[in-house]
Design a protein around this ligand. Structure first.
Ligand code: PEP
Ligand code: MN
Length: 355
């Protein structure tokens, strides 16, 4: 990774740097941050002569060669101070909450609009709403592009940013063109490297934040961090990790709750951790406990399914959406725990992980 002396290279500087790395069979991807850019070297970046030539340029501050499968996501990366901002919040500084329906029902748009206002009132920073749904059965409701208009209406009416899941490039383009503020990669696509690359490429200029769910069959923590690396290496550093439970499930829960990986993730990578307790436990009555437990584990945020009248909802809402009144109390309690839990994270953030 090349760190420039000024916040960005000029076009001429970039061209010169590119010409040098090409000689050694490498390429460069600019990764624009809020205030400065870093430049990822793709290929074998360990050529001593290449590093010397780059470091000899007056406008290069340093060249970092991190021997990690996720050199951009690594704690030692030049991106380590990068902060993501959305909905007026800076992640990892204040508790972040994304809430709303699992699924927008195009036949009942009023529910979604009412939910959007209610979750805003409850204290959410971003409204979530599923437009396209990854369903286990092909016979179940698959979502509909029509619902994107309802999502955007909620954004216009509440003034809050909106989040939705995309499963392919077409959906990604529709969502970005419509002005969706935050993109979700679901558990089923967490290892869809083509999609992850495409998201990085198509959000390079906008820097649209991406919520990357943990795959339900993911084991090693590095597999999760490497998946995020695909998005960042293709140009967008605004990635959040989202543990959402894995399989096999704990008997009685929808998945096996995995909020406990939060301290490990935060020790290995600088990216914020936004836990989804809804899909983890899968029942509205357990969601508040799971959410508070995630915050106790040091999570930077929560993504929670909420609905004004869950029994009339579709998708996951009848089972796991909490009422916005419950959400309001939960956010207040989570904020208290958040500030207390931060005291304990300082100890492990200062030392390397042992896995
Ligand atoms: C969702 O957020 O509604 C969803 C389908 O999540 P996951 O990909 O975690 O199953
Ligand atoms: Mn859902």
């Amino acid at each position: 990774m090349i760190i420039p002396r000024d916040p960005h290279f000029t076009a001429d500087q970039l061209a010169e740097v590119q010409a040098i790395v090409h000689e050694f069979g490498c390429t460069i991807t600019p990764i624009p941050g809020q205030t400065r850019s870093v430049y990822a070297i793709k290929g074998d970046e360990r050529h001593e002569l290449m590093i010397n030539r780059l470091e000899g340029l007056s406008y290069v501050s340093k060249v970092e060669t991190i021997q990690s499968p996720y050199k951009l996501m690594d704690m030692k990366s030049g991106l380590a101070g990068h902060r993501i901002q959305i909905g007026g919040k800076t992640l990892a500084q204040e508790l972040f909450v994304c809430a709303g329906q699992c699924t927008i029902d195009p036949k009942n748009p009023a529910f979604f609009i009412e939910t959007a206002h209610a979750v805003k009132e409850a204290g959410a920073d971003v409204i979530r709403g599923g437009v396209w749904k990854p369903r286990t059965s092909p016979h179940a409701y698959q979502g509909s592009s029509e619902a994107i208009h309802i999502l955007i209406r909620a954004r216009e009416e509440t003034g809050l940013p909106v989040n939705t899941e995309v499963m392919d490039e077409d959906q990604l383009r529709i969502a970005l063109d419509a002005g969706v503020d935050m993109i979700q990669v679901g558990a089923r696509n967490a290892l869809n490297y083509s999609l992850l690359k495409k998201i990085g490429e198509l959000t390079r200029d906008s820097g649209t934040p991406v919520l990357l769910k943990r795959g339900m069959h993911m084991g090693p923590i590095d597999e999760f961090i490497c998946a995020a690396e695909y998005i960042v290496a293709n140009g967008n550093p605004n990635v959040m990790f989202c543990p959402r439970g894995t399989l096999p499930n704990l008997d009685g829960y929808r998945n096996h709750p995995d909020e406990s990986i939060t301290p490990l993730l935060k020790q290995k990578s600088w990216a914020p951790v936004v836990v989804d307790p809804s899909h983890s436990v899968g029942r509205a009555i357990y969601v508040p406990h799971a959410a508070l437990s995630a915050v106790s584990y040091g999570a930077d945020g929560l993504v929670i399914e909420s609905h004004v009248d869950a029994k009339k909802g579709i998708g996951d809402d009848p089972k796991q959406a909490i009422h916005p009144d419950v959400l309001a109390n939960l956010i207040a309690d989570a904020r208290e725990i958040y500030s207390r839990a931060r005291r304990y994270s300082q100890a492990y953030l200062a030392q390397p992980a042992t896995v």
